[in-house]
Design a protein around this ligand. Sequence first.
Ligand code: X8Z
Ligand code: ZN
Length: 656
Amino acid sequence: MIKLLQRTSSKAAMMAVLLASASLALSACESGQSDFEELAKHSEAMQAPPAPTLDKYGDPTGPATVQQAREFLEEAEAKIVQLSEYAARVYWVNANFITDDTNWLAAKVGAEGALLSTNLANRAKRFNGLTLPADMARKMDGLKRGSNFPAPDKEGAAEKLSTLMTKLDSTYGTGKFVFNAKNKSFAPMADGQELTKDERVLTLGEASDIIAKSRDPETLKAVWEGWRTISKPMKADYAAMASIVNDGASELGFADTGALWRSGYDMPADDFVKEADRLFAQVKPLYEQLHCYTRAELNKEYGNDVVPLDQPIRADLLGNMWGQQWGNIYDIVEPKGATKGVDVTKQLEAQDYDALKMVQTAEGFFTSLGFDPLPDTFYKRSLITKPADREVQCHASAWNINDMDDIRIKMCTKVNADDFSTVHHELGHNFYQRAYKNQPVFFKDGANDGFHEAIGDMVALSITPDYLVEIGLLDEKDVPGADADLALLLRQAMDKVAFLPFGLMVDQWRWKVFSGELTPATYNSGWWELREKYQGLRAPGVRPADAFDPGAKYHIPGNTPYMRYFLAHILQFQFHQAACEQAGFEGPLHRCSIYGNEDVGAKFNAMMEMGASKPWPDALEAFTGNRDMDATAVLDYFAPLMTFLEEENKDRTCGW
Ligand code: X8Z
Ligand code: ZN
């Protein structure tokens, strides 16, 4: 990094080189030499190439050369490296300490980043049509795609965009509402509000605990609706943000921001839509069976009024604020009389785990695969529990501050099974970041964004009962036998299979927003049409006309594309299946753990250290031998469960 910073590849230096011949002639002219010398020099000056004309970015017009492209990429790299470490530190402080001042700083550095990426993207167009070596062409393509939220090249646009994005993010991060447990009612949070004795203020963390544990439909409805009061004020800002980034995307040559996002997968954007649809078609029958079975079990718990058997499922009954992972209601759907699996939350509590021990345990999995331990700075600088005295963005994230070894996580960790998975997920990001740290800055990224989200999840698929015994989280005598396979698979499916349609619909919604198919007036109804179409879910009651329910899900105000998680939920099973084959494991996939297998680790690392330097099929092939994303591994993993579900549902009318 230091080497890169020292290289003089700034625009000024480059212009000096380009203009060298002209300025030499000029300085000689001013030196007062003899007539003869003057004459000789004039003829020299006439032969010298004319000073190149410059475009509005200060770059020479006329046909560009490969050498100019190389210098431009060097300049871009240096500028990106320099700004990104500074920006990462500002963003880190903002996310760990949300105040008006840190928002101001984040908005400021965000604007600088937007200006830089717009500038580089527009200047990269100069090299259109020039044949470049493959790695340079890949870098140039990356630059031309600008950023996921591009600002147009217009006075004030970057600043306006960055201010809106910072505001949306912090509104979510500081979101709270008032809950009345006695009346089972809620109210939006107001300044200087006095609370009655039955009222309390809930953060997302507290509300999520109620959604996970309560089995009272009225309480669930009130808490679910209460959380959605935080996003109403976001709607206008969201529309303004979408309009600016669409201008930015159109300047980059894309129909809209959705088309820009879809272009990031080493294939034409339209092919990516087909690819996502193809993958979903593979898993849809499994989801439909799980939905049918879950609805029937919820119907037994709550009755026909709350869970009618011919309707989409009420989204507040599924144990998760967004109905995206359903593992928290496993107790409701547990097959009656079947042998029990393992309750990881109970084991963590019984063994006195705290947040730190959960993170160290996850780290231990990676080191068992041969990865180096995390640096000391990881533990010194990470945030792993929610501070009591300040506002933080609690949505879990992994950070790469200096693109080398300063890696960290930020997580308001709770001691439960969900967060045990999430610490593995976050460390997956960190170990990936460190694996590709020697790539040029353009390639310090996942092979595609789904890979980045899949690494830690793939590792967490190896959290089997036998593995839990190895690390002392489960007693050998409590390892469930093969008769518990159904329970283990159903518990896993409640999170991983339930997630699939959610993973797909979030960006289907954003694509419609960016294309203009949805307008602020239809943002919310459009969201619920997709929730119903893909997930078979419905809101617990009529939504207010001014509701903006998408904004109550982090990645919408947090401005993070979501298709990555859908892909990751396919890829992680592909990785797991390949890893288990490499390990020579012969039992059912859900009993396979690669813990301690350094050979598999080395092969995994070989894929990870490629970063984004090659098209993603190359990276996939390096680890799995296959060049296509494919959901067959998901179907293989859950095959015995599918048989059970089809049998259970055979006399039911499924669908919604
Ligand atoms: O946002 C995340 C991670 C951080 S990248 C915690 N996930 C998605 C979500 O929470 O909605 C992981 C699973 C899906
Ligand atoms: Zn992630």
